[in-house]
Design a protein around this ligand. Structure first.
Ligand SMILES: C[C@@H](NS(C)(=O)=O)c1cncc(N2C(=O)c3ccc(Cl)cc3C2(C)C)c1
Length: 480
């Protein structure tokens, strides 16, 4: 083996000795063939870990993949990251962009091009000054959302309202993202949702659904047996790109006509900074516009669900929120740094319901994982779903207990949370996501007591994002 690597402890085992997941490579494709075969992707991985141990490998169509689930292996991968960590490509997404002669955004790029673009995006979407600029805009949307909801609750004689909160949350997230990205209100709150936003949500749903049907088999095969799926995949992308380009067109025209003297959103700042080409800004605008919707919405929904069925946690959080009311109303950007229990709540949600089920890397150097030699070039996937539910990593993992993230320094649970990935490739939208999610939770818990009738676990399904297969009605009771 390459002499450069030393066994962590005991003798180094060869790659071939890594347990292989049962069933031959066609089983995986068979799953992909079936409509909903992939929605249990995270559960099959979890089962494999239970049968084979904390590391296993698959060999699908000649591609060697290794799966791990322990924090020590995630940390080894983080240390092995190069300056431009490599992620496996997503063939259907690349195919669409190639066919349409479009560029890829940072999510799909690798190597020097990724690094160059990422460094130029960070200042306007990830940096603290950027967050200070867009937080007040997001706060206004969160306040308005709760004001409208509260009026509905108080209309009822009982002073409570039971509803399917999903549409409202999706429209809140779209409205908040749009105001942060484009400095513009879409008017989605309260009123009946307009057909454009509904079509955009439908296109996203179709895009995700068709992605999982195509991503697990080579295009050489799927272009024949999944021809109809490719067609709907491309149509969904057409609509998504058209929607984002429309948003960009409007601010581009306004900027060309007159330079604003004040902050008017993330994308306007990027156009003014002009560090990136217009093409690169437009293509990343698609990632931000589309990439903020399902990810933030499902993180919010699963948090509301857990707070509704864990009244003690909800009460503790309500207490923290009351104590910080003055600080937040003065400076909403404090939301992601000054409420430890609120931050821990989002970490706990992403531990149990990681929207991004795995963090993926293509190794650029040899590493040792669980005493096995893993050569450069191997695709390694860390299952956040299994990591978050491992009883030796988190005590009583099935228990929704945000305080675990605030316990003593030395305890294992004082781990960083990996819901947004790790290292320099960590989610570029994570501060916008946290701001939108935490500000809404803040205003919801200030105004309502959340309740739920059915306390059963919700079965999650994998549609590229990890989403609830059902979502029970929530009961909101107005506070004061
Ligand atoms: C779920 C998790 N997957 S993962 C682990 O591979 O990153 C994830 C985390 N953050 C953002 C996303 N995005 C989307 O949802 C999405 C939709 C349309 C476009 Cl054009 C771009 C995106 C991105 C990739 C930004 C996806």
């Amino acid at each position: 083996y390459s002499q450069g690597i030393r066994a962590a402890s005991g003798k180094l085992l060869p790659f071939e000795a890594i347990p292989q997941s049962p069933g031959n490579k066609w089983i995986g494709m068979l799953h992909a063939w079936r409509e909903n075969g992939i929605e249990n992707y995270h559960l099959e991985m979890h089962q494999n870990f239970q049968q084979l141990g904390p590391i296993f490998r698959t060999n699908k169509g000649g591609k060697q993949r290794v799966y791990v689930m322990l924090p020590e292996d995630l940390q080894t991968l983080q240390q092995a990251d190069s300056l431009q960590p490599l992620r496996p490509t997503l063939e259907p997404w690349i195919a669409y962009r190639q066919d349409r002669g479009l560029k890829c955004g940072v999510f799909l790029l690798n190597g020097p091009e990724w690094r160059s673009q990422r460094m130029k995006l960070n200042p306007d979407i990830l940096s603290p000054p950027a967050m200070w600029n867009y937080s007040p805009m997001v706060d206004e949307v969160a306040r308005e959302f709760c004001k409208i909801l509260k009026a509905k609750v108080l209309q009822n004689a009982r002073g409570s309202l039971t509803l399917d909160i999903r549409p409202g949350i999706f429209h809140y997230i779209m409205e908040a993202s749009n105001v942060a990205l484009y400095g513009e209100r879409m008017g989605l709150l309260g009123k009946d949702p307009n057909p454009t936003s509904l079509k955009f949500l439908a296109a996203l749903e179709t895009m995700f659904q068709s992605t999982v049907q195509l991503m697990f088999m080579p295009r050489s095969l799927s272009q024949w047996i999944k021809r109809a799926v490719w067609k709907e995949h491309f149509e969904a992308w057409d609509y998504i790109f058209q929607h984002a380009n429309n948003c960009m067109q409007k601010i581009y025209q306004e900027l060309a006509l007159s330079h604003p003297h004040h902050y008017s959103g993330i994308m306007a700042e990027m156009l003014i900074r002009a560090d990136l080409s217009l093409d690169a800004i437009r293509t990343n605008a698609v990632d931000f516009t589309a990439g903020s919707v399902d990810t933030s919405s499902y993180s919010l929904l699963m948090t509301l669900f857990e707070l509704a069925r864990n009244p003690k946690v909800q009460q503790a959080l309500h207490q923290e929120i009351l104590e910080s009311e003055a600080a937040i109303s003065e400076k909403p950007q404090r939301i992601i740094s000054e409420l430890p229990l609120l931050q821990a709540t989002l970490k706990e949600t992403l531990r149990l319901y990681p929207v991004g089920v795995t963090v993926d890397r293509v190794l650029t150097s040899d590493v040792v994982l669980q005493n096995y030699h893993i050569p450069a070039g191997t695709v390694v996937m860390v299952s956040l779903y299994s990591l978050g539910r491992n009883p030796t990593t988190f005590t009583r993992p099935e228990c929704y207990h945000p305080q675990r993230w605030l316990e003593r320094k030395d305890s294992i649970s004082r781990l960083p949370s990996w819901g947004f990935g790790f290292g320099v490739r960590q989610c570029v939208g994570r501060r916008l996501a946290k701001t939108s999610i935490l500000l809404l939770l803040y205003h919801m818990l200030k105004n309502f007591q959340l309740d739920i009738l059915t306390r059963d676990d919700i079965k999650m399904k994998h549609y590229f994002v990890l989403k609830p297969s059902t979502f029970p009605p929530l009961t909101l009771k107005a506070i004061k």
